[in-house]
Design a protein around this ligand. Structure first.
Ligand SMILES: [Zn+2]
Length: 325
C-alpha cells in the first residue's frame, strides 16, 4: 500500500496489486479530517490509518462509505466515535451484501480438506477466489459498523470553509454509489464508479445510470480522480470507463442477438484494448449485466455469487489466461 498526495488537502491510499478487494481510501485533511472508504480487512485498515497518520494529526472525525461493498466498509470499526456518512440505502444493503461471516467461512474452507474438496467439485471458481484472497486478506475480527448519518440526493460538508459535496449517483455499480467532490481542489473520489487498469465489477445498477454518472464526473471537470480501484487518474479515467462499458454493452448486444449465452459471449468477445487490465475475465459480470437488461430483468435481481466466480474462472480457462479475480 502507498500514500499519495493528490491536491493541497486530499490524499489517497492505494493498493498495489489491484485485484478484487484491493480498494482505495481517501483522506481530506481539514475540518477534523474525513476518510473515504475503510479497506477490506483490519490489517489493511490499520495500515491505511498508519499511512494517513503521516499527514494528519489524529483520528478523523468523519468517515464516508462510497457504497455498501465489504471492501469499502470493513475497516469502519476502527474509527470509533467518528460520524459515518453514506447514502440512505447503505446500512440495509451492507447487511445483505457485506456480511463478513460469509467471507470468513470462505477463507476458512480453503484451508480444510473436506470443504476444499466440496468447493473444488461444486464451485471451482469459489475455491479459486478464496485462494487468491487468502494471499492478502484475513477477514477475522471484522464486525459490521453501519453508517449513522444518512442522506438522499446530496450532502454538503463544511471543512473549515472548504466545501465537500457528496453526490448520490446510484444505482450504477451498486445501489448506494456516492461520489465525493471537492470543488476547490478539483478532486473527485469516485468510489467504484471508476475502476482503473482493472476490469470493473458491477453488481446492482444499470448501464444507463453508470454512463450518465461518468458524464457527470467529466462535467465536474476534476483535475484528479481517485478511483475505487486502481491508480489515481485524470478525466481520461472516466472516459476510458465509459468507452469500456459502451464497448461491452455493444458486443454483448451482438452476441445476445446471435443467441449466445452470457458465458459463451464472454469467451468470445475480444478484450480489445482492455486485455491488459487486471482480471480481464471479470468481463463475464459486465456481459451478464447487459444480458439482464436485454432480458428486461430487474436491475436489483440478486446475484448468485458462486455462479459468477465459477463463470469468471471458466472464461479465463477457455481463453487460456491466468485465473484472476
Ligand atoms: Zn470495490
Amino acid at each position: 500500500m502507498k500514500l499519495q498526495q493528490v491536491s493541497d488537502n486530499c490524499f489517497a491510499v492505494l493498493n498495489d496489486k489491484n485485484r478484487v478487494c484491493d480498494a482505495n481510501s481517501g483522506l481530506i485533511n481539514r475540518g477534523g479530517g474525513v476518510v473515504i472508504d475503510t479497506q477490506s480487512d483490519l490489517f489493511h485498515a490499520r495500515r491505511m490509518i498508519e499511512l494517513f497518520g503521516k499527514v494528519w494529526p489524529g483520528m478523523p472525525k468523519r468517515v464516508i462509505n462510497t457504497h455498501e461493498d465489504g471492501d469499502h466498509v470493513w475497516g469502519n470499526q476502527l474509527f470509533e466515535g467518528a460520524e459515518i456518512i453514506a447514502h440512505r440505502t447503505v446500512p440495509d444493503r451492507m447487511k445483505q451484501v457485506a456480511d463478513p461471516q460469509e467471507s470468513q467461512k470462505l477463507l476458512g474452507g480453503v484451508d480444510h480438506l473436506l470443504p476444499r474438496l466440496l468447493l473444488k467439485t461444486m464451485h471451482p471458481g469459489v475455491l479459486a477466489i478464496g485462494r487468491q484472497l487468502k494471499q492478502d486478506y484475513d477477514f477475522e475480527g471484522i464486525r459490521l459498523v453501519l453508517p449513522t448519518t444518512l442522506f438522499d440526493e446530496r450532502h454538503v460538508l463544511d471543512l473549515d470553509g472548504m466545501e465537500v459535496h457528496l453526490i448520490y449517483v446510484g444505482p450504477c455499480h451498486q445501489i448506494g454509489d456516492t461520489i465525493v467532490h471537492v470543488p476547490s481542489e478539483r478532486v473527485v473520489f469516485a468510489g467504484d464508479v471508476i475502476f482503473r487498469a482493472c476490469t470493473p465489477m458491477g453488481w446492482t445498477g444499470t448501464y444507463e445510470k453508470w454512463l450518465r454518472t461518468l458524464d457527470l464526473i467529466i462535467w465536474l471537470d476534476p483535475e484528479v480522480i481517485v478511483p475505487g480501484h486502481g491508480p489515481v487518474c485524470g478525466i481520461e479515467g472516466a472516459m476510458e470507463m465509459k468507452a469500456y462499458l459502451e464497448y461491452v454493452r455493444e458486443e454483448s448486444q451482438r452476441c445476445f442477438g446471435q443467441g449466445l449465452s452470457a458465458l459463451d459471449a464472454s469467451k468470445k468477445i475480444d478484450f480489445g484494448p482492455y486485455g491488459g487490465w487486471r482480471g480481464p475475465a471479470r468481463l463475464y459480470m459486465n456481459v451478464e449485466r447487459a444480458y439482464r437488461e436485454f432480458r428486461h430483468e430487474a436491475a436489483d435481481a440478486p446475484w448468485d455469487h458462486a455462479k459468477v466466480f465459477d463463470a469468471v474462472r471458466t472464461v479465463a480457462q477457455a481463453r487460456g489466461i491466468e485465473v484472476e479475480f
